[in-house]
Design a protein around this ligand. Structure first.
Ligand code: SF4
Ligand code: SF4
Length: 155
């Protein structure tokens, strides 16, 4: 994966923070769907998988039920095998990279993956504005988030 965005994202954190503080919410929400789509024409998750390698999604109970059923495991066995509780009381993977990530960067439970995975990096949601600290962190993890922020600050 091309990691050159990480250095640039770190250098632009103040600019991003200032943008997020003053952003016109409606204008940003209007343009996000297009920027989101544009970002993923430039970025290929299968050559990246940075999120799956470094972070865990939250496994909420509906996720656990769905994935355990898919794997034909009892929910308790699924939790015991793969998950632990984090400091906020959410289930997360016991170890990184995620155990469902293949060496080819495919997710072995893609159709049933946790909702958090499907939403990440929140480039088409108002979470981008509502949780600035998360957005800033994600610019240094996810090239698509970086792409969207770079486009936003140049509007
Ligand atoms: S969502 Fe972002 S960090 Fe995750 S694989 Fe795709 S480009 Fe990489
Ligand atoms: S469940 Fe799949 S998409 Fe989610 S972190 Fe694991 S490998 Fe990535």
């Amino acid at each position: 994966m091309d990691t050159s965005f990480i250095k640039s994202a770190k250098e632009h954190q103040v600019q991003y923070r200032n943008f997020l503080k003053k952003a016109n919410k409606n204008k940003v929400l209007d343009i996000l769907p297009d920027l989101h789509e544009e970002a993923f024409t430039h970025v290929d998750c299968l050559t990246c998988a940075n999120c799956c390698k470094n972070y865990s999604p939250r496994f909420k109970m509906p996720d656990i039920k769905r994935i355990a059923r898919h794997l034909r495991m009892k929910e308790v066995a699924f939790i015991d095998t793969y998950l632990k509780l984090d400091t906020e009381g959410d289930y997360v993977v016991k170890s990184s990279p995620c155990p469902f990530l293949g060496s080819d960067n495919y997710c072995s439970i893609y159709e049933e993956r946790p909702r958090d995975c499907a939403r990440f990096p929140y480039t088409d949601e108002d979470v981008l504005l509502k949780q600035p600290d998360l957005t800033l962190k994600n610019t240094t993890v996810c090239p698509a988030m970086y792409y969207v922020m770079e486009r936003l600050i140049k509007l």
